[in-house]
Design a protein. Structure first.
Length: 103
């Protein structure tokens, strides 16, 4: 599903990853983090796809909202597990959306 975002400007966090073999609780944690993100002040939406390479884009009102999400204790625990067992590599990019359009 395409996220319904407000008029720009707003911010996008692009998380690109390559997974390790096996689930080892990954799917359950990914679902829990998506539900937790929705509760965070400044959260606007999420889009995600995985076919070998995983790409998740979350949308936020401000850089402060992104910082608060990164520092959320449950999210920090998930980040730690990601580094230890779920990802062989990943990259996070933070962008300011200045224009969007579509149909």
């Amino acid at each position: 599903m395409i996220a319904k975002t407000p008029e720009p400007p707003y911010y996008a966090v692009i998380f690109t990853s390559l997974r390790t073999e096996g689930d080892e609780g990954y799917s359950a944690m990914a679902d829990a983090m998506a539900e937790l993100a929705i509760e965070q002040p400044g959260y606007l939406g999420i889009e995600s796809a995985r076919d070998g390479l995983g790409i998740t884009v979350s949308y936020w009102e401000s850089l402060e909202a992104i910082k608060n999400w990164k520092e959320n204790m449950k999210h920090r625990a998930a980040q730690k597990l990601g580094r230890e067992k779920w990802y062989s590599s990943f990259k996070t990019r933070i962008c300011k959306v200045e224009r969007d359009y579509g149909m």
